[in-house]
Design a protein around this ligand. Structure first.
Ligand code: AMP
Length: 626
């Protein structure tokens, strides 16, 4: 296939020739024709696949050079990417008279960006925070925007740009073409596409596999102090007959070895600065199967020639995605099955997201196995072992020959003895705490009072939860969380109002303190969320310290509060002090294709806090805050 077969105009074809590109890459071949025809696109392709050209060409063709106003808006997660895209657009527009592009990003002076807008650039590529600032200031006019592009949408969400994206979209005309590109697919991306695009064509480009499909990749969220115990449980369950455990530092490798030795497992270490002879000896022992577990740093493990490891454990996530690939490449070799288990902490979600994007695989999130589950698996594998032996066992031992006991009773006693002799005592960890909510998620009905609604509550207070429809939550999920995990008595949870990114829950005042304590930070459908008293957006934001950006958990990766450039954060807090902010409840509007549906706020719905009363926008009357 050649570029000329894609229906591209002669001016751009000439520019492509100057660039020296001969054949379109797969994403270009598949995305350019439908995009030129006006279709919305969901492109699943990684960096390096040529996606910039895939969206820039149709975008440039959609521009009317006689109109000196922004017509294409491309959002990118970082200034570097914005600048890079802009450079590529400039090159493609070499022979397009009167068409120009400009990058707009935070952390830089406004002056040149404003000058470009005043000059009448038609193609703007920018980071969401600054773009929104300029839109809100009325400097970036949106009336002529006919195409929205989101590049590396998954990364933008991971970086916490979702709110800005929603607000930007609210400014855009409903009649527009939307092209969204992402390296990974997830329910959040799916929800984003559905809310932004109209009947999008999905184009997925397979990237060369970095990890093999026979390697099952799992993630456990485990606090650091529980990790030795979880490692022991993996060994106990017989899932790590020969396991490699990776840590980022020598000190942690030592801790792993000491911790496992103290529990009686056969384990040794590999440090980068160990003498070669010692390393050889340890390796030899591991190869021969004398060691259950080998704990190593990345440097020490380089060049290791071991190929039948049944499990690789990332005791800590590696800091570089490439190291993850190297680490787990030691299992599931030569078509064999293998497992890679990664322990992560709360702060690791964004790193996890980066690794997942790099390998192009979404890892399975699992709850840590409880002591009971471990015990059950052990019993089952003992039965398997007994049966295996029984198949070849011949004579009844003499010592048992004369015993006059019912066979069942004898077997049962022997089995329990075996279990007791071979099991190690497991230590309780915080992750063991039974999650009633997980029982609900597993299909048990939550104790929801049928027909309960806010109107049933004589008095109510409103709680806020920072997760909503975009996480796929349904009212019954939230009710399940509040009743089961929060322990709310029957009928004390009223109206549950789900918005895109948050939920407002009416509860009886008596039960609110308990719920706030139990659900301050909790898990719902696998996402971490916070439940707090609803204070209403304006007051909440205005009281936030300068530069503070609330955390927005709930995506594949934990969004970083400080992931935006300082300049952008400063402006976002400055914005927050204004009066004309949209009410939180209007969140649905920005994501619909209704276009610029909000530009001011409904003062009627603003709430007072701190006075002992708050304005209840459902009943539209003041209520006392207990
Ligand atoms: P991207 O995935 O858009 O970041 O592109 C990755 C690199 O591939 C960039 O350096 C492009 O200049 C280059 N590139 C894009 N399309 C082609 C093509 N059809 N042939 C060769 N190189 C390309």
């Amino acid at each position: 296939m050649s570029f000329s077969e894609l229906g591209i105009c002669p001016e751009i074809l000439e520019a492509i020739e100057v660039l020296g590109f001969e054949t379109p890459s797969p994403i270009q071949g598949r995305a350019i024709p439908p995009a030129l025809a006006g279709a919305d696109i969901l492109g699943l392709s990684h960096t390096g696949s040529g996606k910039t050209l895939a969206f820039s060409i149709p975008a440039l063709e959609s521009i009317d050079p006689s109109v000196h106003a922004v017509q294409v808006l491309c959002l990118a997660p970082t200034r570097e990417l914005a600048v890079q895209i802009c450079r590529e657009v400039d090159k493609l527009a070499l022979f397009l008279d009167g068409v120009s592009a400009a990058p707009i990003y935070g952390g830089a002076s406004f002056a040149p960006q404003l000058a470009a807008l005043h000059r009448g650039v038609q193609f703007v590529v920018g980071t969401p925070g600054r773009i929104f600032d300029l839109m809100e200031q009325g400097e970036l006019k949106t009336d002529h925007i006919s195409m929205l592009i989101l590049d590396e949408a998954d990364e933008m969400l991971d970086m916490g740009f979702q709110e800005d994206i929603e607000r930007i979209v609210a400014f855009l005309p409903a009649e527009r073409q939307t092209l969204l590109f992402s390296a990974t697919m997830s329910p959040v991306i799916r929800a984003l596409v559905e809310s932004l695009a109209h009947d999008p064509q999905e184009i997925a480009i397979e990237r060369p596999q970095l990890t093999v499909p026979t390697c099952e990749q799992t993630v456990y969220e485990v606090v650091f102090s529980s990790r030795i115990e979880v490692l022991s449980r993996l060994i106990e369950m017989g899932r790590m007959k020969r396991g490699l455990v990776f840590a980022n530092t020598k000190r942690v490798v030592d801790d792993i070895v000491d911790g496992l030795l103290a529990r009686g497992y056969s384990v040794d270490r590999l440090h980068g600065d160990m003498p070669q002879t010692l390393r050889e000896r340890v390796m030899d022992s591991f190869r021969k199967g004398n060691l259950n577990v080998l704990a190593a740093t990345d440097i020490a493990a380089r060049g290791l020639d071991i190929d039948d490891v049944d499990m690789v454990v990332n005791f800590e996530l590696p800091r570089e995605p490439e190291d993850y690939v190297h680490r787990i490449g030691r299992t599931a070799r030569a078509g064999r099955k293998g497992r890679a288990v990664s322990f992560i902490g709360r702060r690791d979600f964004s790193l996890l997201g980066r690794i997942e994007r790099f390998v192009g695989v979404r890892m399975q999130r699992e709850r840590v196995m409880t002591a009971e589950q471990v015990a059950q698996v052990r019993r089952e594998s003992l039965v398997d072992e007994i049966l295996e032996r029984a198949a070849t066992a011949e004579n009844m031992p003499e010592e048992l020959g004369d015993i006059d006991f019912p066979q069942e009773q004898l077997l049962s006693a022997m089995f329990e003895l075996l279990v007791a002799r071979t099991s190690r005592e497991l230590q309780p960890i915080p992750e063991d705490r039974p999650s009633k909510f997980s029982r609900h998620a597993a299909g048990e009905e939550p104790a929801i009072e049928k027909g309960s609604s806010w109107s049933n509550l004589q008095e109510s207070v409103t709680l806020f939860m920072n997760g909503g429809k975009l996480l796929g939550l349904r009212p019954k999920d939230v009710a399940g969380l509040f009743y089961n995990e929060g322990g709310a008595p029957k009928g004390t949870v009223g109206d549950i109002r789900l918005f895109l990114k948050h939920t407002l829950i009416e509860v009886s005042p008596e039960v609110a303190p308990q719920l706030l304590e139990r659900l301050g930070t909790c898990l719902i459908c696998g996402y971490e969320v916070n439940v707090r008293e609803d204070k209403g957006r304006p007051a909440e934001k205005a009281s936030a310290p300068r530069g503070f950006r609330p955390r927005r958990p709930g995506f594949d990766a934990e969004p970083k509060a400080n992931s935006r450039p300082r300049e952008e954060k400063r402006y976002s807090s400055r914005r927050s002090e204004r009066d004309d902010r949209p009410e939180r409840g209007s969140d649905d509007a920005p994501f619909s294709r209704r276009g610029s549906s909000y530009r001011g706020s409904s003062r009627r719905e603003r709430r007072e806090t701190g006075s002992g009363f708050f304005y209840d926008r459902f009943s539209r009357r003041p209520r006392r805050r207990d």
